[in-house]
Design a protein around this ligand. Structure first.
Ligand code: FES
Length: 196
């Protein structure tokens, strides 16, 4: 009988999460800290990084999130060790979902917590090192629940998304409160006019 919703990789990372912060922040002297939360889901994520010469040497994280948030952040924490901050900044939830062998559709929005906290931590590091906002693209947040911007929508459009369903598949937009649907569709139509 196999009625588990999750892949074996998710189960492994959920039951044995890597690089978790035990105790408080003083246990792990960090060069950067990122904290994020999705108030509507009640999830919170803390990520601490040790960075040398713009390379992430070590990471610890802690969450009050669900199984999907735990598994995707565990996978993320393994991926970013030894990685340049620029490459780490570009990791998206779709990369994590792929690594995890998929997630149930209604749980995908939880997987954005870790990579969001990672970008907050890297922004924090850049600020400390006199390069504030260096990796931030000028963008406007469209989906406030998931931090999805006009740039993310444009990227999805360029990858072929033309309907709300396709946009959701690519970005997970609107999967929390749905309040961003109208604005996102307006933008999608605008891109259709601009790019044809
Ligand atoms: S603003 Fe809530 S799901 Fe987008």
């Amino acid at each position: 009988m196999n009625n588990w919703l999750y892949s074996d990789i998710v189960k492994d990372h959920f039951t044995n999460p890597r690089n978790v912060l035990f105790g408080d922040e003083s246990e792990f002297p960090a060069d950067a800290k990122g904290q994020t939360g999705n108030i509507r889901c009640g999830d919170q994520m803390l990520m601490l990084l040790q960075i040398k010469d713009d390379v992430i040497n070590d990471v610890r994280w802690k969450t009050y999130g669900c199984a999907s948030a735990i598994a995707s952040t565990s996978v993320l924490s393994e991926m970013i060790k030894g990685m340049n901050i620029k490459d780490a900044y570009a990791i998206g939830s779709e990369d994590l979902v792929k690594k995890l062998g998929g997630l149930p559709e209604h749980k995908i929005h939880c997987s954005v917590l870790g990579d969001k906290a990672l970008r907050v931590a890297i922004d924090d590091y850049l600020e400390h090192t006199g390069r504030a906002g260096m990796l931030k693209e000028a963008s406007t947040e469209i989906c406030h629940c998931l931090g999805i911007t006009d740039k993310d929508i444009e990227k999805a459009f360029n990858n072929g998304a033309r309907t709300w369903e396709q946009l959701q598949e690519a970005t997970k937009i609107g999967t929390v409160c749905g309040g961003c649907k109208e604005k996102a569709l307006e933008l999608l139509h605008e891109y259709m006019h601009i790019y044809g």
